[in-house]
Design a protein around this ligand. Structure first.
Ligand code: ADP
Ligand code: MG
Length: 319
């Protein structure tokens, strides 16, 4: 039996930086504190909580910093950049949640808050290696893109939003290397921030593991961790109030409560955009099929009600 009071919450980009907002430290802190309010409200209800988060804009910023200073400081590799974002964003959340627990006088009931650097295993044979799809870093002109493809062996693609960008593979996450430690911490009463940015992608090589130049989808990686921890509920908080059919069209309709078979059918019919809602729905489906009690997708600002099932989209096993 799964404990319905243990949950994994996957935070979207809006927990740090709203779309179109400048990425200043002030904005990062304000958004992190706002997310912390939601999380602490959930903790106060007696939930054991593991938090994961995305890192798209931040890893993009680090790549750009490295790129613009490459004549002075040797650039790091993408796996190292991913580790940097886990420290950066983990720190923000860790302190914001800690202070918010103090503010409401609930820190005494839990051990504390801990952010981890965390690796996720991907497969060497994943088809994604042959078809890189994930845009990372800055935009280049066609000429620069050509030069980079020759000098750095980067795969460059024209971005529909304009300009040329580097693309990297997005392999499917298989296993969270540190999940046993996370499980122990969770049972012991810690609030844990893990698998940031989908985790640092590693592959197995002989008798070791090794970081690779790739980006793991944070929603899919969150599901892998949620399943390994055997939490009861998997909650994805983002900047939209649920999953819609015909999203953005005049006839859009929100899904309030669906069974896994129903939403799987919609998924296979192409209702959900790859790269945004698609991976969230796929992760939600996988969690239920792997034995989870409920997956929910909703707005971060309404996170408490999403966890309670009063808001957002609730995905449940077939009756
Ligand atoms: P996050 O940082 O939380 O992962 P994303 O931008 O990746 O955020 O995904 C959330 C976005 O998905 C929403 O802002 C919305 O515009 C978009 N979206 C695409 N398709 C749908 C859909 N079918 N229903 C709801 N939102 C959708
Ligand atoms: Mg996303």
């Amino acid at each position: 039996m799964r404990d319905e009071k243990s949950i994994l919450i996957a935070l979207g980009g809006n927990a740090f930086q709203a779309k179109g907002e400048a990425g200043t430290p002030e904005n990062y802190w304000r958004n992190a504190y706002s997310a912390a309010e939601t999380i602490v409200k959930i903790i106060k209800e007696g939930y054991k909580v593991v938090i994961t988060h995305g890192n798209g804009p931040q890893v993009g910023a680090i790549l750009e910093w490295m790129d613009s200073l490459s004549d002075k400081i040797p650039p790091m590799t993408m796996d190292i950049a991913g580790a940097m974002t886990q420290g950066w964003l983990g720190y923000l959340l860790m302190q914001a949640i800690y202070n918010t627990l103090l503010k409401y006088d609930v820190l005494d009931h839990i051990k504390g808050v801990i952010a981890l650097v965390n690796q996720v295993l991907v497969d060497r044979d994943d088809p994604a290696w042959r078809n890189p799809t994930k845009y990372v870093g800055r935009y280049y002109s066609r000429e620069e893109a050509y030069r980079l493809s020759k000098t750095k062996n980067w795969v460059m693609k024209e971005d529909p939003r304009g300009g040329w960008r580097r693309v990297v593979p997005s392999p499917d996450p298989k296993r969270n290397i540190e999940s046993q430690a996370i499980k122990r911490l969770l049972e012991d009463g810690w609030i844990i921030i893990a698998s940031g940015g989908g985790g640092i992608p590693v592959v197995r090589e002989n008798k070791s593991i090794k970081g690779v130049e790739a980006v793991i989808d944070k929603d899919l990686a969150s599901e892998v961790l949620a399943t390994e921890l055997k939490v009861g509920k998997f909650v994805i908080l983002t900047d939209v109030d649920g999953v819609y059919l015909n999203y953005g069209k005049p006839n859009q309709t929100k899904l309030n409560r669906v069974t896994v078979s129903q939403i799987e059918k919609y998924y296979s019919e192409g209702y959900f955009k790859p790269g945004s809602m698609g991976p969230k729905v796929l992760a939600a489906i996988r969690f239920i099929k792997n034995g989870g009690v409920a997956s929910m997708i909703g707005h971060l600002d309404d996170g408490y009600n999403v966890v309670k099932g009063f808001s957002g989209t609730l995905i449940v096993p077939d009756d």
